[in-house]
Design a protein around this ligand. Sequence first.
Ligand SMILES: [Cu+2]
Length: 330
Amino acid sequence: MMTLLILAILVLLIIAIARIVRIVELANELSGEDDSVINESDNKFNGRMLFFIMFATFGYFGWVTMKYKQFLLPESASVHGLATDRMLWITFAIIIAVFVVTQILLFTFAFKYSHDKSRRGLFYPDDHKLEILWTALPTIVLITLVGYGLMVWNKITAPAPKDAVVIELYGKQFDWTVRYGGKDNNLGKSNFRLITDNNVVGIDYTDEKGKDDIIVKELHLPVGKDVLLVLHSRDVIHSAYLPHFRTQMNCVPGMSTQFHLVPRLTTAAMRLITKNDKFDYVLLCNKVCGVAHYNMALKVICDSPEEYAAWMKSQKTVAESMSQAAEPAM
Ligand SMILES: [Cu+2]
């Protein structure tokens, strides 16, 4: 109803403006003025309107920024995310500063130098110094930003330390499965040919290393520890996206990809920061991978070391699940 009302108001407004324009035209005709000739006051009016548009644009920009600030991500829950966030904000600061300065110059010039019959144009074909300045300055700024970005990127994608907790993420249409290496922190062999309804990641049961693996449907991360996510896909390309950890990596069928991160805020700590005691981290698929893509989310829990150890202990290993399945039903 409200939308209909707003639409009706807009239509009426457009009709009213069209009528007013027509009245002005008729008035000009009656007074004998030729409105195709642009006079001094027209130029002044256009200059002022341009200036008004500049302030309106700045105002709108500020309003939108404040209004939607609440939808921005909270502070990064991973260590490398602090570096990418800093980079992002530095880039934003430069972009906003350049935007404001260039717009002020543009509209001030349009206002100040609107056509004036008494003013003579200045013939100013080129200025090498100026051209060098406006070519060199953006080049230096961009090279600095790209260089800074490469440095951060190299740091983020450096190999994970040997003792990192290895966690395998397995994506398929349309859910995720998580596998931990168990006590030996070593994932057993797996093969896509072995995938069945009961063996969703295709574990090779003959491999001793895989016996203590743990397969679960939620992702637990230990705070302060190096974590190596090893990503797989069973069907199409998925993308494991952990927005709060500033992490995203594609899951590609037929190969494994990986991402190393260090979580820095537990779920409990993030609940305090977001002032939301129901807050939970989430892992989302960030590739439109099929009809139920939207549903491809996984709960992520970032634990303190003690909580993580306790949770790990409470989980069944592959060997335990196997022996349980082999037991005859009572
Ligand atoms: Cu997906």
